[in-house]
Design a protein around this ligand. Sequence first.
Ligand code: GCW
Length: 765
Amino acid sequence: MMKPIPRTSVPGASRGAPASWSLPRALAVACLLVTQLAHADLKPAPSSALPAEDGYRLWLRYVPVAGPWRSRYRAGATELVGADASPTLRAARAELLRGLTGLLQLQPQSMTSVTRDGAIVFGTPRSSALVKSLPLDLRQAGTEGYLIRTLTIDGHGATVIAANTDVGVLYGAFGFLRLLQTRQPIRHLDIASSPKISRRVLDHWDNLNGSVERGYAGDSLWKWESLPEYLSPRYTDYARACASIGINGAVLDNVNASPFILTPFYLRKVAALAGVLRPYGIRVYLSVPFSAPVSLGKLKSADPLDPRVQAWWSAKVAEIYRDIPDFGGLLMKANSEGQPGPEDYGRTQAQGANTLARALAPHGGIVMWRAFVYTTAARSEDRAKQAYDTFKPLDGKFADNVLVQVKNGPFDFQPREPFHPLFGAMPHTHLMPELQITKEYLGQRTSIVYLGPLFQEVLRADTWTRGAGSTVARVIDGSLYGERLTAIAGVANTGSLRNWSGSIFNQANWYAFGRLAWDPDLSARDIAAEWVAMTFTSDPHFLTPVVTMMMESREAAVDYMTPLGLAGQMAAQTHFGPAPWVAPSAGLPPDWSSTYYSRADASGIGFDRTATGSDAVAQYSPHLAALWGNPATCPDDLLLWFHHLSWDYRMRSGETLWDSLVGHYDRGVAWVKQARATWSTLAPYVDPQRFQLTANFLAIEQKDAQWWRDASIAYFQSISHRPLPAGVAAPPDTLAHYEAFCVPYVEGTPAPGPGCPPADLAVPR
Ligand code: GCW
């Protein structure tokens, strides 16, 4: 017997939850409810009793719901009522069927009208006369959002998933399934959700030869050789995963781009991928080299003001749109790390961007122009200042369909940096942040680091450019300066491995990026809780310690790698493991060394970015410049980013700077040990395969953390000449030993060949 759904006599009047009811809040309540009510769902089975999982299904596992939730959910999912008017609506129906069948072990019937309690109605007013007839205020859903409402239809209790567009319905279907996956009540729903940022894009650093720059999850997802004929089912599963978290764009190729991507040979393949992704609301974008008019078009120059160059771009863009009418646009890395750019022709970054923008505008395409420039002719005395110095004077000079894509920090995806000073500083330019989902500098494949807190720290950072509350999130979602074109990019961590992201916990970073791109105000903790519930279990015995572990994991990595605002201490090229001793060498730019960033010497440590140094602090609002420019008020976690201080400098804690630095390294290592111990108690809640992978990776992280700590302390002590604080263990080896050790090959490292001198490789303990 189906349980009757409580109904109201007036259609649409059944509203259990307040309008402001958010998924995270609901999740918190649901977790509580789970604890109190659903103990039958909670009995830990020995992990060997759970079927092995390889992680392929990500957070869309749809494993059977047990206990009281099962009957409640079954009562609310008796039949599916919706039109199949488009591939996107068919995808929505397929997902609902797949999800509900998996979760409830019962297939809801497909109907054309509501015939009983527990119906799920989905559609748009255009695709469904029924949806059109319902008392819904779809203005709240915008173009991509959705409503999920409990209503009475023809005398029956029903859940309605409605949107203005088909893709909104698809997002709503995933949103509804998420409620079940996270064990939330579904009897009185009144949810309105719409994205705050319009372009939510993954940047794939995938090369056409199948490798992935800074990729730690195998080869590229895109199998160029077998495209366009063979469309791997994996492309569809990628699209589903992206759509489930609202990602609506994918730049298919590396920003260190190959001109071949613009040849008809590859464009056919790109069009085939676009065809797979389209029903899931995902537009395809491409990275292109600035010099393509020369390398491909055989022109003598790529000068953006040369009419022949402009005509070449227009023709090429028109060619793309012939096969891909909804093509998103182009991403450009120019004048950076050896890439060509407008400065090669004495033109500004804006002149370069605008030439592409003019070619794209007639088709509705956009340019994402990266601010990551640092090989400008006049190398400044501080690399962290260069993007601001180059772009700030160009504010207001970019065409309307250009977004300047700014990394979260002024240097390069470090474990911690202050937010990029361009945020808030270009009120007349569309800015989009670029976050790195792949963990180039944060432990790559094996660390457990969850990036939610890092993303949140950036988005919530207050730029003060229009007084208190001018957060980065408000700059980029358009609410501070009123832009209508808004976007956010994340450098993808996907690859050909079965588990997509190299490890189970790395999947959480893909998930967190998507959720924050949809709503930058969500909390990293709530997102972690959702992800854990969907990826593992909502059992609080597991969920609570794992969420805590995730929330602390990034700070722990900061502690054992680069505490107190240090940056750039990783090995050259691989960016894996400690190499604080690397000094500038002949022929290489000084900012490719570690000592350039630490500035450690007999007098102390840290980069003076105040007025007595590079004065990078002046690129921030006067409020922050004053706060951060004074060591007494600068937060500890940015101290050495902005200040060069004596080893004996007194920290707010009363410790000396040296003692505090050593303490951070030790804390980082201790945290990983503890995380490992915690994980070892959680075997009953996880299948053996995912449990073991994570346990092994935590063991690797512990070894790496110890290596970071020992090598860093050995090096900095050779400069500080200060004793270790009482009770602190000395590094077991000599500095020479650590310096001799270097990992020659690491996946994802772009330059082939060893990043180490050809010496005997010592083995760290
Ligand atoms: O983080 C650095 C990486 C490069 C990368 C570059 C960039 C794609 O080490 O591998 O190149 O940034 O963002 O362009």
